[in-house]
Design a protein around this ligand. Structure first.
Ligand code: GRF
Length: 199
């Protein structure tokens, strides 16, 4: 029986983090399988990327709210992830706040990547916040998801310099490059730890 660590990836966007994770899995750098890729947006890069790689991809409508899932949608996400027997829920640009039932069901098993060195610059467009503030160093953070927004225990961080003449776009691109390294490396670490625990 295949007892590899099982990843469920949730995203709403182009899916560059998903691609980095999927490529690392395919290259044997993450001892895990991607068993579900879910999105709240029907025509989006992350689902196309998953289908190209022959991974199970599913659009699940988010319901009536703009920034969170409604109760029925939350249940549908939970069921899809449970059906796929997911060990770790990986948020890769999922633009809905997850709370309550979802986080209770997957307690300590939901990770997110944020484009700043938390606790600085939580929330949207963190690279722009960093540029506007004038910091000389920013970065990326992988953290466990809790009830707050971009709070939760930090698992890993990587710094990114802010360079003279940076625009939001150039800084964002540099940050995304760091994300594509740090996220797969952190997930690999979690998968290895789980493997050691399981013996
Ligand atoms: C990433 O930049 C990440 O920091 C944020 O959402 C973005 C998703 O981008 N949480 P992508 O869809 O992985 O390209």
């Amino acid at each position: 029986m295949n007892n590899k660590f099982r990843l469920g990836v949730l995203g709403s966007g182009k899916g560059s983090n998903f691609v980095a994770i999927a490529d690392a899995v395919a290259a044997g750098k993450i001892p895990a399988d991607i068993v579900a890729v879910l999105s709240d947006v029907e025509t989006v890069g992350i689902l196309a990327g998953a289908r190209e790689r022959k991974l199970p991809a599913q659009f699940i409508p988010p319901g009536k709210f703009r920034t969170k899932l409604d109760d029925d949608a939350e249940r549908a996400y939970i069921e899809a992830l449970q059906l796929a027997k997911v060990d770790l829920v990986v948020l890769a640009g999922f633009m809905r706040i997850l709370k309550g039932e979802f986080l209770r069901t997957f307690a300590q098993r939901v990770v997110n990547i944020h484009p700043s060195l938390l606790p600085s610059f939580p929330g949207l467009e963190a690279w722009k916040q960093a540029l506007d503030y004038g910091v000389k160093v920013t970065g990326v953070t992988v953290h466990l998801v809790d009830q707050g927004i971009d709070t939760g225990p930090i698992l890993a961080q990587q710094t990114v310099p802010v360079l003279e003449g940076d625009t939001p776009a150039t800084l964002h691109a540099r940050i995304q490059e760091a994300e594509r390294e740090l996220y797969p490396a952190t997930i690999a670490m979690l998968a290895r730890k789980a493997g050691e625990k399981a013996g």
